[in-house]
Design a binder for this molecule. Sequence first.
Ligand code: 5GP
Length: 120
Amino acid sequence: MDYDRNNVFARILRGEIPCKKVFEDDHVLAFHDINPQAPVHVLVIPKGAYVSFDDFSAKAAPAEVVALVRAVGAIARSLGLADPGYRILANHGRDSHQEVPHFHIHIFAGRPLGRMLERA
Ligand code: 5GP
């Protein structure tokens, strides 16, 4: 799948759509989800143009991978989530119901999060 430069997260990165920013560095932006599924629901995205985890894991430079992973951990710690805990999730493709075609990691926390997956 080609990267869509007009997807909503690309527009947030260009400052065309506002976001409630949590964290930013050279490679990463993080912000609160507009439709939170838990008391804490943060999205962590690379600034590079990657469609999904599949794309990012294959093509991102090592510095981008390290920055994203470090950012997720640092954000979770800064929000006080390491204890009692949190869940990270990244959807890729149709079966996962990925809606926005710019790679993002969800951080969920703030209540017991229940089962890992919906029953089939
Ligand atoms: P996906 O299903 O692609 O893994 O998750 C996309 C997420 O992006 C959803 O949780 C949705 O609520 C969030 N989202 C969609 N549009 C916007 C937006 O304009 N701003 C923010 N902050 N989140 C958005």
